[in-house]
Design a protein around this ligand. Structure first.
Ligand code: B12
Length: 185
C-alpha cells in the first residue's frame, strides 16, 4: 500500500468511526516506518476537524463524534509508543504538566500536544481530562515543572485557563520567579 493510500484510508476510517480499520492502518504506518508526527498532522488533526464540521452541519450526532474520538484514542495508543521509541535525545528539554480543565472532557487535542511534546524531548506529566484546578496547581508545583499546559474547548471551561494564569502570576511574582504565558488557538 502506498503512503498516500494509507493516509487517505486512515482519514476515511476515522471520519467513519471505523476503529478496527483505523488501528490496523496505524500498525501498517508504523510497519512502513512513516513519519508518525506527519501522520498525526496530516490525518488526525484534519480528520477530526472534518468530523467537527459534519457535526456543525448537523450531519453527525453525538454517537458519531464519540466513535471518531474513540478511533483517535485507539490509533494513538498504537502510535504513541512508537513515537516515544524514536526519541533522538535522552536528555529532557524540560518538564511539562498538561491537563484538560475541570468540566471539560475534550482530550484529543491535549493528547496530541502531549505526544508532540514527548516526541520532541520534553518530559510530560499528563494528568488527563476534567482535572480540578487546585489539584493541578499542587501537582505542577510538586513536579517542579517548567511548562504548564492547559486545554479547554468549551466557552465555559476556557475561563479556567484565565484563572490558572492569574494564580500563577501571583505565586511567581511573590516568589520572584520568571513567568510567561501564551495562548494557542
Ligand atoms: C470530538 C468532540 C467532542 C467529543 C470529545 C471526545 C474527546 N475524548 O475529546 C465528545 C463527543 C465527547 C464531545 C462532547 C461535547 N462537546 Co464537543 N466537540 C468535539 C469536536 C467535534 C472536535 C474537538 C477535537 O477533538 N478537535 C480536534 C483536535 C485535534 O483539535 P483541538 O482540540 O482544537 O486541539 C488542537 C489545538 O486546539 C491545540 N491545542 C489543544 N489543546 C492544547 C493545549 C496546549 C497547551 C496547546 C499549546 C495547544 C493545544 O492543539 C491541538 C492540535 O492541533 C468539536 C468541534 C470542532 N470542530 O472542534 C466539538 C466542540 C468543541 N464540542 C462542543 C460541545 C458543545 C460539546 C458538548 C457540550 C456537547 C453536548 N451537548 O453534550 C460535550 C461537552 C462535554 C464536556 N463536559 O466536555 C462545542 C463547543 C462549543 C463552545 N463554544 O463551547 C464544539 C466546538 C462543537 C460545536 N460547534 O458545537 N465533543
Amino acid at each position: 500500500m502506498s503512503t498516500q493510500e494509507i493516509l487517505a484510508r486512515m482519514e476515511k476510517a476515522m471520519v467513519e468511526g471505523n476503529k478496527e480499520e483505523a488501528e490496523a492502518l496505524a500498525k501498517e504506518a508504523t510497519k512502513q516506518r512513516l513519519d508518525l508526527n506527519e501522520v498525526i498532522d496530516k490525518v488526525y488533526v484534519p480528520g477530526i476537524q472534518k468530523v467537527g464540521d459534519l457535526w456543525e452541519k448537523g450531519e453527525y450526532f453525538l454517537p458519531e463524534l464519540i466513535t471518531s474520538a474513540e478511533c483517535v484514542k485507539g490509533t494513538m495508543s498504537v502510535l504513541q509508543p512508537e513515537i516515544e521509541k524514536s526519541l533522538i535525545s535522552a536528555k529532557s528539554k524540560g518538564k511539562a504538566v498538561i491537563r484538560t480543565v475541570k468540566g471539560d472532557i475534550h482530550d484529543i487535542g491535549k493528547n496530541l500536544v502531549a505526544s508532540m511534546l514527548a516526541a520532541n524531548g520534553f518530559q510530560v506529566v499528563d494528568l488527563g481530562a476534567d482535572v480540578k484546578l487546585e489539584e493541578f496547581i499542587e501537582i505542577a508545583e510538586a513536579e517542579n515543572t517548567d511548562f504548564i499546559c492547559l486545554s479547554a474547548l468549551l466557552t465555559t471551561t476556557k475561563l479556567a485557563q484565565k484563572k490558572v494564569i492569574e494564580i500563577l502570576r501571583k505565586k511567581t511574582s511573590e516568589a520572584g520567579v520568571k513567568f510567561w504565558w501564551e495562548v494557542h488557538r
